[in-house]
Design a protein around this ligand. Sequence first.
Ligand code: C5P
Length: 221
Amino acid sequence: HRHIVVAVDGPAGSGKSSVSRASAVALGFDYQDTGAAYRAFALHALQSGVDLDDADAIVGALPSFRYAIGIDPARASSVTVDGVDVSDEIRTPRVTTAVSHVAKLPEVRRYMVDLFRRIIASTDRPGIVTEGRDITTVVAPDAQVRILLTASEEARMARRSAEVTGQSADETARQLATRDRLDSKVVDFMTAAPGVSTVDSTHLDFDQTVNAVVELVRAST
Ligand code: C5P
């Protein structure tokens, strides 16, 4: 029997990561944060001294990318590049600003899609929740459960500025808007593709949002 794949997409600040992780715990599934891989590769490119305007140089950094991440949702999964724990560093504004510039390149996306599919296939649990921007449409369009997690721009800005420390709420809001604008040129994660269920968390608290996801999984499997 094939394991269950739950694909979750949505914009920055929609609560995708925390909701997907908690849903995976509730379901006894693995959890894959695909944004972490794009972030780790952006960090690797920066560490390699690559100019972010030089597409060939960015693609040239792919073969030396050594990446690992845990998929057990019950543990704080550490992200490593070259065996070094970079879990905190990939969340810094420097990496967050760089990531859209590497994620827009088709060669980088092909590499990542392949990586994510291999990780999905490697789960030995009954299923895996995979979360990102193009999971419902590109990485796992045949997933048994596909969800677009949305929230109003206001709600997303408020949640993200509560998470980010060391900079003003205005600065965080500006960065989030810029990142969504750049990312939206590459993949559409603001509207649900045919067959994708929308969960709008604007007026839901965290537990209600997790319940909505878990119920969708239980109803369709
Ligand atoms: O989800 P998170 O905000 O951590 O993602 C970081 C960045 O990785 C996004 O801004 C986007 O550029 C890229 N990304 C992507 N496709 C995915 C997941 C993330 O392009 N499936």
